[in-house]
Design a protein around this ligand. Structure first.
Ligand code: GDP
Ligand code: IMO
Ligand code: MG
Length: 423
């Protein structure tokens, strides 16, 4: 038995939460392997909508085990708000949510450091979600982090040592942390909620599951273009969002990875700073934003919108070894006369289809144009109903990306998902 991985191929917010929820009935364990509450994964079903930040998206489909893996960074304060909302809506996760002892804790001072670093960057801001992600991973790599497993072992001393160190840094930035006591109060209440759940040796749990032929789905956060190594550095997040991240973020050997589901929008969005070659600054960009409700699930910020970028997507398919593609938000393009797809970049007068070292500076996208389908896709239930132009768009993308598109999403609801059987 192998672990399947589902991850974003663009700059995040591709619709990972929705598809993980749809696929959950075929799996026994759903696990997050990296990122933290910078993620916002939206699920809609039965007229209800939930946004998950730390908790895996497999919690609404029966009693599947959901695991927060060692590669995740976890903020107890945000975790508590998620749990409270779910419990108010009648979803009790006791007994089905497991947390890796090796996951690192986001402390209140990590969030303050995130804000201090961003402020100091001035115009060069990353556009961080300010959830403390970067500083927490920094401590992990510096070998000074505090882990979930530490909660039971000499926790107070470890917490204090970290906070004292963070305060010294904040002082050098002249950053006001007079609200720390307030943040800590909420954080320690969160810690009490966290302690109600089972802390596990998650790598043992996953590998035993594999041995027992139980099926595991690994849920990515962010997207490939935000990966710390392969994204548009430095405008990236602080973890490996790519398929390899599932190995280190869960303790799975590379030969245990099975399918890699690569998920992308029929167009492209990005939230926060950084280069975005196909970004649209005109009415078309605004149309995509309004029709696609492109406002951040975590911060509410307007997402930047543009045409699909096949140079970046091909790169993402390569880095991740994608075996199946999933196309989201097809319905957002329903009324567009002519759809554009970037097939190459022109940089310094030279055309390239290979994703370059840097996409900062002048990158001119070269577009192919395809006729739109001018059809309401939202009510479709079967691929036989697809209009010819839509099938042509799919065929064009498959030819470019050399991987089949197996699932097409035509609306935010769980039911608005079409599995394709024709290869
Ligand atoms: P994630 O971070 O990858 O899980 O994606 P987000 O939840 O941040 O953003 C995706 C947004 O698109 C959410 O508001 C979803 O409800 C919505 N969505 C997902 N699939 C579709 C679709 O096929 N059509 C439309 N119109 N909206 C969708
Ligand atoms: P999901 O899982 C979209 C972006 C931020 C910022 C950069 C660094 O919902 O797809 P960070 O807080 O990680 O230091 O921010 O990464 N970013 C996301 N953009 N979707 C996300 O997650 C994101 N998580 C972080 O906007 O540009
Ligand atoms: Mg999101």
């Amino acid at each position: 038995m192998k672990v399947d991985v589902l991850l974003g191929l663009q700059w995040g917010d591709e619709g990972k939460g929705k598809v993980v929820d749809v696929l959950t009935p075929s799996y026994d364990i759903i696990s997050r392997f990296q990122g933290g509450p910078n993620a916002g994964h939206t699920l809609e079903f039965d007229g209800k909508k939930f946004v998950l930040h730390t908790i895996p998206s497999g919690i609404f489909q029966g009693d599947k085990a959901n695991l927060i893996g060692n590669g995740v960074v976890l903020d107890p304060a945000i975790f508590k708000t998620e749990i409270d909302k779910l419990e108010t809506a009648g979803h009790d996760l006791t007994g089905k949510l497991f947390i890796s002892k090796k996951a690192h804790l986001i402390l209140p001072t990590h969030r303050l450091l995130d804000a201090a670093y961003e402020q100091a960057k001035g115009k060069e801001k990353i556009g961080s979600t300010l959830k403390g992600i970067g500083p927490t991973y920094t401590d992990k790599i510096s070998r000074t982090g505090v882990r979930v497993g530490d909660i039971d072992i000499n926790f107070e001393a470890k917490y204090k040592a970290a906070v004292d160190r963070h305060k010294q840094i904040l002082d050098t930035y002249n950053f006001d942390y007079s609200n720390l006591a307030e943040l800590e109060k909420v954080w320690f209440e969160g810690l009490d909620t966290l302690k109600r759940f089972k802390f596990v040796d998650s790598e043992q749990m996953i590998n035993s599951a594999i041995k027992e032929e139980r099926k595991v789905l690994a849920e990515g956060a962010q997207g490939t273009m935000l990966d710390i190594d392969f994204g548009s550095y430095p405008f990236v997040t602080s973890s490996n969002t790519v398929a390899a991240g599932a190995c280190t973020g869960l303790g799975i050997a590379p030969n245990k990875i099975g399918e890699v589901f690569g998920i992308f929008k029929a167009y492209c969005t990005r939230v926060g700073s950084g280069p975005f070659p196909t970004e649209l600054f005109d009415e078309m960009g605004e149309e995509l934003r309004q029709k696609g409700h492109e406002f951040g699930s975590t911060t509410g910020r307007a997402r930047r919108c543009g045409w699909i970028d096949l140079v970046a997507l091909k790169y993402a398919v390569m880095i991740n070894g994608v075996t199946q593609l999933i196309m989201m938000k097809s319905d957002v393009l329903d009324q567009i006369e002519t759809i554009k797809a970037c097939v190459a970049y022109k940089i310094d007068g030279e055309e390239t289809e290979a994703f370059p070292y840097s996409i900062e500076g002048e990158v001119e996208p070269i577009y192919a144009e395809l006729p739109g389908w001018k059809t309401d896709m939202t009510k479709m239930t079967n691929e036989d109903e697809f209009p010819e132009e839509f099938n042509n768009y799919l065929a064009f993308l498959e030819e470019q990306l050399e991987v089949p598109i197996k699932i097409v999403s035509v609306g935010p609801d769980r039911d608005q998902t079409i599995i394709r059987y024709n290869d």
